[in-house]
Design a protein around this ligand. Structure first.
Ligand code: HEC
Ligand code: HEC
Ligand code: HEC
Ligand code: HEC
Ligand code: HEC
Ligand code: HEC
Ligand code: HEC
Ligand code: HEC
Ligand code: HEC
Ligand code: HEC
Ligand code: HEC
Ligand code: HEC
Ligand code: HEC
Length: 446
């Protein structure tokens, strides 16, 4: 990666020249009296440097020990001195400003130093921070390599063809250390498009941040800058989902980078939702009864849930409709049918269910031809909502008939439904036991 190469030829050349100018290098410049401080250098610029003063200092000004003037001047200035021995070619597109201006000595010690390298300063980080401010020690979260000052694991101090003189393109650079991550990314069937197509720095800061995980912005602002419609649903809808209001926000339901499943969900949708909505007598008495345990143990599971979906009926981000539903569904117990009122159920179920007073095809809930859906829901001053008879999720009774009953004030009206080959009966809290039969209609006037 580095472009410097020590040119041995040059060193030898200097050695050959020495006897000719008659400089008494044998009496070392480093004695107990002279330049004693240099003996502390335990990491010299190069081995044998103590005999090579004249490779860099001009010995022609030999009067030196007597005078206090600037003797032994350097044989060349700036980068030119270094290029006596180091093959220098700065031909890459990004050259660090102090390198371009030949100020090698801002960062390097010409003689050597007491610590590991020829670099100046106490540690690499402080060297760089001599000129670069903007690293705020108050910021809470600092990237591991930055905290220990390993600036050059990511940046070349001199030059590179990558922006910001990075050693590699950003994503490659990040993944070169985050190898677990790289493996997960390769294997995952679903990858978040910005992770796939953009740099990691579209969401993360490389050095430090005031937000956990070095994020550029706090959650969920980070997500909703790109997903405005979700942000609007979360903030503006009439019915908000408390799951989004918590600190973990989007991360409660989505993996950020990649996932096994569509929608970047961490588990199946059903398990995800039930994680918070499962009924548990002690912990969550308000949870969804009948959805605990294995759904398949129940006789009747509503189609979409059987297929593992909750989001075909609920918008998990927020909704203008009751209970985060995707469309209109009456809130009141009594809600006679009118255009639009039951759109929620009727996007999936045939509208004809409620259109005809008499039918022999559109519903099984009929007495002869008399449409009992029509009778209960439409043709009544007190039209009953579907919840009076159906559970939207699951039921041990056929046709999702609500076993425990719908709330009617403080009371849950039981249905006590029984099905027969050709009809059924119920003994609800609403009226005496009544039967219906599709083949031999019951005469209710009797
Ligand atoms: C690789 C080139 C190089 C070699 C070899 C070298 N010097 Fe220097 N020396 C320099 C440079 C460059 C400076 C100017 C440093 C500055 O301006 O910060 C310098 C500065 C000095 C200074 C004045 C400032 C100081 O750091 O005290 C002394 C004294 C000195 N050198 C003595 C020596 C002696 C003695 C030797 C041999 C034992 C030696 N140098 C070998 C490059 C070299
Ligand atoms: C007289 C020849 C000579 C000159 C002039 C010279 N160097 Fe070197 N430099 C060397 C040699 C020899 C090595 C050791 C190379 C090795 O170990 O492979 C070296 C090594 C280095 C290293 C690596 C040290 C390390 O810790 O890994 C740096 C940095 C360096 N030189 C910077 C400079 C700079 C900056 C200048 C100009 C101020 C300069 N050199 C001038 C001969 C020279
Ligand atoms: C902004 C500070 C800075 C400046 C300016 C700078 N260097 Fe360096 N240089 C470094 C750092 C840091 C390293 C050590 C890199 C590492 O950690 O591997 C280094 C390493 C080197 C090395 C040896 C390591 C290698 O990769 O070969 C040489 C030789 C060198 N620099 C020469 C120069 C020369 C010549 C100049 C002036 C043209 C110069 N440097 C200017 C910071 C600087
Ligand atoms: C002597 C001062 C000085 C030192 C020391 C210094 N830099 Fe710089 N650096 C500069 C200047 C000047 C610029 C150009 C700033 C600009 O363009 O706005 C720069 C630019 C940069 C840039 C941005 C490059 C770009 O393309 O915009 C990076 C990254 C950088 N330096 C990293 C480092 C690292 C890492 C170190 C320590 C090894 C370091 N700098 C030490 C002066 C310095
Ligand atoms: C983990 C890799 C990594 C480390 C370690 C790292 N940087 Fe950076 N640095 C980057 C990346 C990536 C960018 C480009 C930022 C962007 O795309 O917005 C950058 C940009 C910069 C810039 C120019 C933009 C700015 O933020 O001012 C400077 C200067 C800089 N780094 C200096 C440093 C210094 C000094 C250190 C050591 C204290 C350091 N970096 C350590 C990855 C790193
Ligand atoms: C030189 C190796 C290295 C490189 C390159 C690197 N990282 Fe890291 N990163 C680390 C280490 C080490 C940690 C700390 C790991 C830990 O604590 O488990 C870390 C932690 C993180 C964290 C978690 C921070 C937290 O608060 O837990 C994020 C996010 C991160 N890196 C993102 C990035 C991004 C983005 C890049 C590319 C710009 C990148 N890393 C490049 C080594 C690296
Ligand atoms: C769409 C924004 C986004 C992008 C792009 C992104 N991240 Fe993240 N990253 C996050 C968020 C948010 C977190 C917080 C925790 C979480 O959800 O996993 C995070 C956490 C992390 C963590 C620490 C937690 C962990 O899972 O280990 C690492 C490391 C990380 N990201 C690396 C990367 C790397 C490497 C890339 C580029 C390949 C990248 N990220 C791209 C948003 C992003
Ligand atoms: C830089 C822009 C950007 C950011 C930031 C961003 N996303 Fe995305 N996300 C996209 C794009 C582009 C798509 C693909 C198109 C779409 O579905 O809107 C996408 C798709 C998704 C998907 C659907 C994936 C699928 O398989 O259907 C989810 C879920 C998602 N993002 C969640 C998040 C979360 C959570 C965050 C915050 C951690 C986030 N996004 C941050 C750009 C972004
Ligand atoms: C309570 C769980 C939950 C929370 C919290 C959540 N989502 Fe979702 N999100 C889902 C589900 C479930 C889907 C549907 C996934 C599918 O396609 O199967 C989804 C789908 C998405 C999609 C795909 C397009 C769409 O609108 O359907 C995006 C983008 C998205 N979510 C972003 C976000 C963002 C951003 C946040 C945080 C503001 C967030 N989600 C919070 C559960 C959640
Ligand atoms: C991290 C926990 C969590 C997850 C995961 C979660 N929810 Fe919720 N959900 C809540 C909380 C808390 C409430 C508010 C409960 C309350 O007010 O009693 C709520 C309320 C609801 C409500 C009632 C809203 C209202 O207006 O009364 C519905 C419907 C709902 N969630 C559906 C879902 C669906 C569908 C999923 C899966 C996509 C899901 N939830 C995932 C925590 C969660
Ligand atoms: C076929 C549509 C449909 C599906 C699929 C569906 N729900 Fe519902 N859900 C409803 C309806 C309708 C209500 C409103 C019931 C009422 O108010 O009568 C509701 C209410 C809720 C409530 C609020 C309960 C309360 O007492 O306030 C939660 C929580 C909930 N559903 C979670 C889920 C979860 C979790 C899933 C996936 C396992 C799911 N739903 C799947 C239609 C559905
Ligand atoms: C008074 C109780 C009651 C009400 C109110 C009610 N249903 Fe039903 N529904 C039933 C009964 C009982 C069955 C089972 C009929 C059979 O299979 O014998 C049924 C069956 C169904 C079926 C299965 C297909 C069919 O028609 O046989 C659907 C779909 C249905 N109802 C949807 C709805 C919708 C949508 C609403 C609200 C607009 C609603 N129901 C209101 C009692 C009711
Ligand atoms: C997202 C689509 C969707 C929505 C919305 C929906 N359902 Fe269903 N429903 C289904 C599917 C799919 C089935 C299963 C059909 C099958 O297995 O053939 C089903 C089955 C039923 C059944 C049982 C039918 C039988 O075979 O006995 C009833 C009752 C029912 N739904 C009532 C309702 C009610 C009441 C609503 C409104 C609260 C509603 N559905 C909303 C998709 C939906």
């Amino acid at each position: 990666m580095m472009q410097f190469r020590v040119v041995v030829r040059c060193l030898l050349g200097v050695l050959l020249v020495l006897p000719l100018v008659g400089f008494a290098q044998a009496e070392s410049c480093l004695t107990a009296e002279c330049h004693a401080d240099f003996t502390a250098i335990n990491e010299p610029h190069f081995p044998g440097w103590e005999d090579e003063c004249t490779s860099c200092h001009d010995p022609a000004t030999e009067t030196h020990p007597a005078t206090e003037t600037q003797d032994f001047i350097l044989i060349a200035d700036g980068a030119e001195l270094c290029s006596q021995c180091h093959d220098m070619s700065f031909d890459q597109s990004q050259i660090h400003a102090p390198v371009a201006s030949g100020e090698c000595l801002i960062c390097h010690q010409p003689h050597g130093r007491t610590a590991e390298t020829t670099l100046k300063g106490d540690g690499l980080k402080n060297l760089c921070l001599m000129c670069h401010d903007g690293f705020d020690p108050e910021l809470e979260y600092v990237h591991g390599p930055v905290a220990v000052g390993a600036c050059t694991v990511c940046h070349d101090p001199h030059q590179s063809d990558q922006p910001f003189r990075l050693l590699k393109p950003v994503k490659q650079l990040c993944l070169s250390c985050h190898q677990n991550f790289a493996e997960g990314l390769m294997a995952a069937p679903v990858v978040h498009p910005p992770v796939r197509d953009e740099d990691c720095t579209s969401c993360h800061l490389p050095h430090q941040s005031r937000h956990l995980f070095l994020l550029k912005e706090k959650m969920p602002d980070l997500c909703v800058t790109c997903h405005e419609e979700v942000g609007t649903a979360a903030r503006r809808s009439r019915h908000k989902h408390r799951a989004l209001q918590s600190e973990k926000g989007c991360g409660q339901c989505h993996s950020t980078h990649f996932s096994e499943r569509k929608g970047l969900l961490p588990t199946s949708q059903k398990d995800l939702c039930l994680d918070c909505h499962r009924h548990d007598k002690k912990k969550r008495p308000e949870g969804l009864k009948g959805l605990e345990g294995d759904l398949s143990e129940n006789t009747m599971v509503h189609g979409p849930i059987r297929d593992g979906e909750c989001s075909s009926c609920h918008n998990p981000h927020g909704s203008d409709f009751l209970k985060l539903l995707s469309d209109d569904y009456p809130e009141a117990f009594y809600a006679p049918y009118e255009e639009g009122a039951y759109d929620f159920c009727l996007t999936c179920h045939d509208k004809n269910l409620l259109r005809f007073e008499n039918t022999s095809i559109y519903t099984e809930f009929r007495n002869g031809k008399e449409n009992l859906h029509y009778k209960h829901v439409v043709n009544s001053r007190k039209g009953r909502t579907c919840r009076a008879c159906h559970d939207p999720h699951v039921s041990p009774l056929p046709a999702l008939i609500n076993e425990t009953g719908a709330s009617f004030g403080d009371w849950a009206i039981p249905t006590r439904y029984e099905r027969t080959e050709t009809g059924g009966s119920c003994t609800p809290g609403c009226h005496r036991t009544l039967q219906y039969d599709r083949n031999q209609p019951v005469d209710y006037q009797k």
